[in-house]
Structures are given as structure tokens and as C-alpha cells.
Design a protein around this ligand. Structure first.
Ligand code: SF4
Ligand code: SF4
Ligand code: FES
Length: 266
């Protein structure tokens, strides 16, 4: 089994465990104002500190559920709840340690006396470009993100990554003009911003990663023939009749058609 698959398998097991733990624990209130009266959850409660204020919350839940249990309602800082969208970056400190830890609120289980806050948005340098006009080489990387040359190879970004990506390696690959390697190493980035929040050189790793993936897919990868064929069929109006039919369907009919659609065998 290669390294990526091992990491994916390990993450899958960890997520399964967390889901089991959360199913076994009481559900938090959606919001103090709107929630219907609920039974007081049973089981152990532990203290956490959210933005400096102490709350007693069920012991086995994730940070996200604990924040909701404390009465907050997410408007930002929460998306998929499954470790995919990168919206719930969180920083925390544990008692007796000087270390700042990072994690995804929807994936990290709380610990007693955890001090935490979320950083759902991180102000990041983001270059604008027309990918059709850019060359897939080092000149584009240095032009769009010259600060990449400030990387001191401290590996802090790698340690911060909740996806266990080799972040420093993809930054170094980009700096060496190895666009393909940078694109492949950063492929599973969820743009959570935690790496950038910790970088002493103020590099925005995830924006460099996505630039490399765009350059790689636009200029280096072999074109997918089946995709070109399908685009041609669409342009020639092969599906216009079906589209018109769908536009006239009601919700139920649409749901039925969706459930009965042709699915490519796995
Ligand atoms: S944290 Fe910043 S300086 Fe350190 S290795 Fe990563 S990109 Fe380089
Ligand atoms: S590379 Fe950075 S932005 Fe991407 S998942 Fe890892 S920590 Fe988040
Ligand atoms: S809510 Fe999407 S990663 Fe946490």
C-alpha cells in the first residue's frame, strides 16, 4: 500500500471513530434562541475556553459541536462538517504547554481546558492571472508569488496541515520550477489556510499549490479525449431535447429521474 493510501486509510478510521463517538454523545443545541426544549444530555462534561470564555460541554464531541453546544450558531467557519471544505480552521492551546496547535473544528475532538478560537478566514496574498496566458515554469511562480523565495525550510507548514500533506515539499518543488510535483503533492489541499497562518516567511502555500495545479492541468496534462468528445456533442445540441424536458419536470419527477439515471459502474 503506498503512503497516500495508508494516510487516507488512517484518516478514514479516525473519522469513523469520531462519528461513532459523536453518535454516542448528546446532540448540541442549534442555537440558544431557536432551539426547542431538549433533554439535558447525560454523561461527562468538561470545560473548554472559547474566545476566552469558559463553557462546560459534553466530553466526547468535536470542537464544532462543542461551540454549538455552548450556544453559538455558525454563519461562517463551517461548511461540510466532514473535513473536506476547509472552512473550520481552528487554533488551540492545551494547559501546561506553550504550543499553539491547529486543527479542523469538525474533525478535532475537544480536550479538557482547551483554549481555542476559529480562524475561518485568513487574509492571504492572491495573485490574479489568466491561466491561458501563463507559462508552466518557474518564471510564473516567481512573478505571481515572489515571496516563495523567502522559504526557510522550517517545515512548520507541513506540521500544521490537517490533511497531512507535505506542504514544505510542494512549496520547494514550486520554487524549483517542478510544477508537476508541486501540483501532485498539493492535490488534496482543502485551502483551510492553517499553513499560511503559521508560516514565518508569510508565504501563502495553498494559493501557490492551486496555481501549480492549474498550470499543470492546463499546459502539461494530456487532454482527455472523452471530455472533448462530450463537449462537441453538447455544442452540436445532442442534449438540447433532454434539457428542455428536464426544465419542465416537477421536483418529484426530477428526483425520480436522478435516482434512475445511468451510473458508470465502479
Ligand atoms: S512554513 Fe513557510 S518558511 Fe517554513 S517551510 Fe513552510 S513555506 Fe517555508
Ligand atoms: S496545505 Fe495548507 S491550506 Fe492546504 S490543507 Fe494543508 S494546511 Fe490547509
Ligand atoms: S466544516 Fe468543512 S472541513 Fe470542517
Amino acid at each position: 500500500m503506498n503512503k497516500e493510501r495508508k494516510v487516507a486509510k488512517k484518516k478514514g478510521k479516525e473519522k469513523e471513530e469520531k462519528v461513532k463517538q459523536e453518535k454516542a454523545s448528546p446532540k448540541p443545541e442549534e442555537s440558544k434562541k431557536e432551539a426547542a426544549p431538549q433533554q439535558e444530555p447525560k454523561g461527562e462534561f468538561i470545560p473548554i475556553y472559547f474566545m476566552g470564555k469558559k463553557y462546560m460541554v459534553p466530553a466526547t464531541v468535536t470542537i464544532m459541536k462543542a461551540i454549538e453546544y455552548a450556544g453559538y450558531r455558525f454563519i461562517r467557519g463551517c461548511g461540510c462538517r466532514g473535513g473536506i471544505c476547509g472552512a473550520c480552521g481552528t487554533v488551540y492551546r492545551l494547559p501546561g504547554s506553550y504550543k499553539i496547535n491547529v486543527g479542523l473544528a469538525c474533525q478535532t475532538v475537544i480536550e479538557p481546558d482547551m483554549y481555542l478560537t476559529q480562524i475561518p478566514f485568513f487574509p492571504a496574498n492572491k495573485a490574479r492571472y489568466d491561466i491561458d496566458e501563463e507559462k508552466a515554469d518557474i518564471s510564473t511562480i516567481l512573478d505571481k508569488y515572489p515571496e516563495i523565495a523567502r522559504c526557510v525550510s522550517c517545515n512548520t507548514c507541513t506540521k500544521a496541515c490537517p490533511q497531512d500533506l507535505e506542504v514544505m515539499d510542494y512549496v520547494q518543488a514550486a520554487l524549483q520550477g517542478n510544477i508537476e510535483r508541486a501540483a501532485k503533492l498539493s492535490f488534496e489541499c482543502i485551502m483551510c489556510g492553517l499553513c499560511a497562518s503559521r508560516c514565518p516567511a508569510e508565504i501563502v502555500q495553498y494559493n501557490i499549490g492551486i496555481l501549480c495545479r492549474r498550470l499543470y492541468s492546463k499546459h502539461m496534462m494530456k487532454k482527455a479525449q472523452h471530455l472533448s468528445d462530450r463537449l462537441k456533442e453538447i455544442d452540436e445540441g445532442k442534449f438540447d431535447g433532454d434539457m428542455e424536458k428536464m426544465k419542465k419536470m416537477g421536483t418529484e419527477e426530477l428526483e425520480k429521474a436522478y435516482a434512475e439515471r445511468d451510473i458508470e459502474p465502479v
